[in-house]
Design a protein around this ligand. Structure first.
Ligand code: FMN
Length: 186
């Protein structure tokens, strides 16, 4: 099972990126988690740059999405909504086919940011039929350093919550896999 964990923050010391970076250490060996913290490197989306004109760095991002069994997103709230960089990354996915049925769940590194979460839920349920708002990991570590967050996530209760989140999400990813048509359906 391959998961892609996308940070909505372009900040080097991001708490959301740090939360995502803690997850691979808490996952069972059957789950591989790649953290993508590169939304700040993607060019601004334009429909004029799709198809043959798609920049290589965007193709690489789209390729990661296509190859993942599921996507986890953790993002800060900026001005009561999602950061422009994350929305830009999502815009690059909209016309492609890979995100349409992709299982997606949210993690969040703050006790605040509920306006952003609500909007992001609307956006994600628009682009994927398999966004699951019920699978959610919230860890209130706003303003903590990445090192403190890594340490915090080793506490038994936090570890347990992260393990449950990952187990629930991977079960959902498995259940969401398109079933091959049987001979009866052909
Ligand atoms: C430009 C900007 C706008 C922000 N707007 C909000 C906001 O509307 N509501 C809020 O609760 N926090 C807001 N914040 C605070 C961030 O959401 C908060 O610091 C978050 O934990 C940062 O996440 P990160 O550590 O992953 O970068 C804002 C921060 C910045 C830089």
């Amino acid at each position: 099972m391959k998961l892609l964990a996308i940070s909505g923050s372009a900040r080097a010391q991001s708490t959301n990126t740090a939360l995502l970076r803690a997850l691979p250490n808490l996952a069972p060996p059957t789950i591989a988690i790649e953290v993508f913290a590169g939304i700040g490197d993607l060019p601004v989306f334009s429909p004029d740059r799709e198809g043959d004109a798609t920049p290589e760095i965007v193709r690489a991002f789209q390729h990661k999405i296509a190859g993942a069994d599921g996507i986890i997103i953790a993002s800060p709230e900026y001005v009561r909504t999602l950061p422009g960089g994350l929305k830009n990354a999502i815009d690059w996915l909209v016309s492609g086919e890979h995100v349409i049925g992709k299982p997606i769940a949210l993690a969040h590194a703050s006790h605040r940011g509920d306006d952003m979460l609500q909007t992001l839920r609307t956006v994600l349920s628009t682009i994927s039929s398999n966004f699951n708002p019920g699978i959610f990991l919230r860890v209130p570590v706003m303003k903590q350093t990445p090192e403190a967050i890594a340490e915090f996530m080793t506490q038994p209760a936090k570890r347990l919550a992260a393990e449950k989140f990952l187990t629930d999400f991977t079960a959902f990813c498995r259940d969401s896999r398109p079933t091959k048509p049987s001979a009866m359906d052909l």
